[in-house]
Design a protein around this ligand. Structure first.
Ligand SMILES: [Zn+2]
Length: 195
């Protein structure tokens, strides 16, 4: 399946979600029949399906589709990967950057697959901690490298727009396997992503 730009919207799902969004619009006291809002339920229904398309995607299959045998055994880093997800507590966006590294052990992966793996897990209802771990585990299980490192820095709309209204705070999560559990390797990675 190739998504990201196009998505085949399931008609029954679109219809059901449209009804739900219509209820939300009326529920907050708006007039769901006024012109500007007439097509909003359907648009919102499609947007929601787009933002949750990760449930139908398989991260390990994506990685396996571009795995190559290679002797290279130095750290491979992909940093500043854009992230957009929805927090599962408020269904509001959180967004930021992901940095991923791995140390190959016989196999490398096409670099464009790593952002795609992030999208598979980000396009679901998420918490940042679990997202960090799911990206890590998918790479570890598929490539079986000497180690994987994942750092996510994100801002949460549920904190910025409501609740504590802390507009500038950034939440950082990290997870490491194998060689990255050693302080020296982990520090080398952290230094490279902060430069
Ligand atoms: Zn939240």
């Amino acid at each position: 399946m190739s998504f990201s730009q196009q998505l085949n919207y399931d008609e029954a799902t679109t219809e059901k979600l449209s009804g739900n969004f219509q209820d939300i619009i009326a529920g907050v006291g708006e007039d769901a029949t006024r012109e500007g809002l007439l097509k909003t339920p359907e648009r919102a229904a499609k947007a929601m399906q787009f933002l949750t398309q990760g449930y139908d995607q398989d991260a390990e299959a994506i990685l396996k589709s571009a795995m190559f045998a290679e002797d290279y055994s130095e750290m491979v880093i992909v940093k500043d990967i854009e992230l957009y997800s929805l927090c599962e507590h408020h269904l509001l966006p959180f967004f930021g950057k992901v940095h991923v590294a791995y140390i190959p052990d016989g196999y490398i992966v096409g670099l464009s697959k790593i952002p795609r793996v992030i999208d598979v897990f980000a396009r679901r209802f998420q918490v940042q901690e679990r997202l960090t771990d799911e990206v890590l585990q998918a790479i570890q299980k598929t490539l079986n490298p000497l180690g994987v490192a994942v750092v996510i820095e994100a801002r949460h709309m549920c904190m910025m727009m409501r609740g504590v209204q802390k507009q500038t705070s950034v939440t950082t999560t990290s997870a490491f396997t194998g060689a990255f559990k050693a302080e020296r390797t982990r520090n080398e990675f952290l230094k490279l992503i902060t430069n």
